[in-house]
Design a protein around this ligand. Structure first.
Ligand SMILES: Cc1cc2nc3c(=O)[nH]c(=O)nc-3n(C[C@H](O)[C@H](O)[C@H](O)COP(=O)(O)OP(=O)(O)OC[C@H]3O[C@@H](n4cnc5c(N)ncnc54)[C@H](O)[C@@H]3O)c2cc1C
Length: 551
């Protein structure tokens, strides 16, 4: 528990437990840190600030009902509809109601949202929104511009101490129910070696999504869903873990993460074909390529799985205008040696957004004392079974502000624990070289994509849980154990929910079922019970659990 090198540059308030520790430096972490000012905050970023967060990559923008004729009620209604019957309606209204004020905040921070000649915000419309309500920056640069403005403000705020190059792999507990700090390690060590422990008055998880648990994803390399696992180990309830949104058209060009091919291409008339040149969407839905995201993702997944492959054909509809209309994608294609004017672009569905996560209330409080969660790692209930486009950046700022207010209000009563903090889980991690660890990670991602991905069924989900059990020897580095634990929540939640709803499609239960029109909640004990009922754990051999499926 040395607090040596990395923390010595931090002022006393950052190391004596007087600070709030924020884990993660995407929009959720940064905005919350600003809202907590002047309360001292330690903000932990695994990478140099601004790198490695989904927030910087957001292309669309932020939703808010501020255009003439639009209403908060209509925004909430669209959110509730997209969430397929299990949205917490109070939370959806709260999200919509507080959106305009948060857009004001971002404008005050200097975010250059697109404006018309009268200086009013120029809002655009996205799928499933009933009005023009997306605040954008220069077309597709919202995330980058928002992050630049917020980072500049964070750097100027003396109460925020930034720790770069460190990753948190365990929460520090003062007793079984109270989070009182974090255990962190240099990024890349995966939790091997001695931990550096920071005490805190409060800890906020802002670790983002889970995309990297799948083979193909649009999420950056830090998006392993570790926050979910850390919170669960601390005793927190995890909600709706099964709901993962897959983007239907990521570029399947061997790049990790996979670049997005925007839906606007299909809006321009580009079609989807398989390797035989057949337009597979025509048979899948009456709206063909313009069918809802989930439908396109499933049809595309089937083509990829069948070995026929899936491709975006822009040749006729866009042709020579490609580079001018889609300069970003054009450059990516060029680098991948694909000429979209003459050739097909290979695509696959990619894990994009996690609706589930650590269960929180309207102030971002989790079910564990001392722990809050914000952004994609949290499950507020506002997204239900599927997220409405551009509501996720919004969620980070709405709940970031609420958490800031909540903790600031509590601050006089929040005392750093003087108790000895419990050590992090043991991680001997002997004998596993880098190659073996990378291999295990690949196996996990492959299994999640094939067994717990776009199309799921009982056999596949049991296979995923079996694979996870097989690759979870206790000697794995802590970071890897966190990844497999979060994967287990996703697969177990999906197995338990015997229906199709929103982003979850079960080929063995293709319809929604009334008895499942509710959110799911799971904690570690529930997960163990699902494991025992599902898998017949035959024997332990060394640390590797061999499993056989119960009949
Ligand atoms: C390509 C793409 C386009 C998108 N477009 C839009 C859009 O237009 N509109 C919209 O609303 N949403 C969009 N989204 C979703 C949205 O960007 C995210 O949901 C949102 O940015 C999440 O913010 P966050 O702060 O919770 O997570 P992130 O921005 O991902 O930040 C997470 C932070 O946690 C850090 N971290 C992770 N693990 C650890 C650890 N163990 N220890 C310490 N730190 C850790 C990461 O390094 C990062 O700093 C898009 C997502 C992607 C991937």
């Amino acid at each position: 528990m040395a607090s040596a090198n990395t923390t010595k540059a931090l002022p006393a308030a950052a190391t004596n437990g007087d600070s709030v520790v924020i884990v993660g430096a995407g929009l959720a972490g940064l905005f919350t840190a600003l809202k907590l000012s002047p309360h001292p905050v330690v903000l932990i970023s695994p990478t140099p600030l601004g790198k490695g967060s989904s927030s910087s990559w957001a292309q669309g923008g932020v939703a808010a009902a501020i255009s003439e004729g639009d209403t908060v009620e209509a925004h909430a209604r669209d959110t509730i509809r997209a969430g397929a019957g299990i949205v917490d309606e109070g939370l959806a209204h709260l999200l919509a109601r507080e959106a305009p004020d948060r857009i004001e905040d971002l404008l005050r921070l200097g975010v250059p949202f697109d404006k018309d000649i009268e200086g009013k915000l120029q809002l655009s419309r996205e799928a499933a929104h009933s009005a023009r309500r997306i605040a954008r920056v220069k077309g597709d640069l919202a995330g980058k511009a928002i992050m630049a403005a917020v980072m500049a403000a964070v750097r100027k705020t003396p109460s925020i101490h930034i720790v770069e190059g460190m990753s948190v792999h365990a929460l520090a507990m003062s007793d079984a129910r109270h989070v009182a700090g974090v255990h962190m390690w240099p990024t890349g060590s995966l939790g091997r070696g001695e931990a550096i422990t920071l005490r805190a008055r409060a800890v906020i998880l802002a670790t983002g999504g889970v995309g990297q648990l799948f083979e193909v994803t649009t999420n950056p390399s830090a998006a392993h869903g570790e926050g979910v696992a850390m919170a669960a180990r601390a005793g927190a309830v995890i909600a709706d873990p099964e709901f993962v949104q897959f983007h239907p058209t990521a570029l399947n060009i061997g790049r990790d993460p996979a670049p997005l091919a925007t839906e606007a291409l299909r809006g321009e008339g580009a079609v989807l074909v398989n390797g035989k040149g057949e337009r597979y969407m025509a048979a899948a839905h009456e709206d063909a390529e313009l069918a809802p995201r989930d439908v396109v993702a499933r049809a595309t997944f089937r083509e990829v799985q069948s070995g026929r492959g899936a491709f975006l054909d822009c040749r006729e509809a866009i042709g020579n205008r490609f580079a001018e209309k889609f300069p970003g994608l054009s450059e990516i294609c060029f680098k991948a040696d694909i000429d979209p004017v003459r050739e097909l672009i290979p695509i696959a569905p990619a894990a994009h957004y996690h609706m589930g996560g650590v269960l929180t209330d309207a102030n971002g409080r989790t079910t564990v004392d001392g722990l809050w969660a914000c952004g994609e790692v949290a499950c507020t209930g506002a997204h239900g079974a599927n997220r409405l486009a551009s509501n996720s950046l919004l969620e980070t700022v709405v709940f970031g502000a609420r958490i800031g207010q909540d903790i600031s209000g509590l601050a006089p009563h929040l005392k750093a624990s003087s108790q000895e903090l419990l050590p992090p889980p043991e991680s001997t991690a002997t004998g596993l070289d880098k190659g073996t660890i990378e291999n295990i990670s690949k196996q996990l991602r492959r299994s999640m994509t094939h067994n717990a991905g776009v199309v799921r069924d009982s056999d596949g989900l049991r296979a995923a849980l079996g694979d996870i059990a097989n690759i979870s020897p206790s000697e794995l580095p802590l970071a890897m154990r966190n990844r497999s634990l979060t994967a287990r929540f996703i697969a177990a939640g999906a197995l338990q929910r015997e229906e199709s709803r929103g982003s979850q499609f079960r080929s063995d239960y293709p319809e929604s079922r009334e008895e499942w029109a509710r959110r799911s909640t799971l904690n570690l004990e529930d997960l163990e019970a699902i494991g025992e009922n599902t898998l017949n754990l035959e024997h332990h051999q060394g640390n590797v659990i061999r499993v056989a499926f119960a009949q």
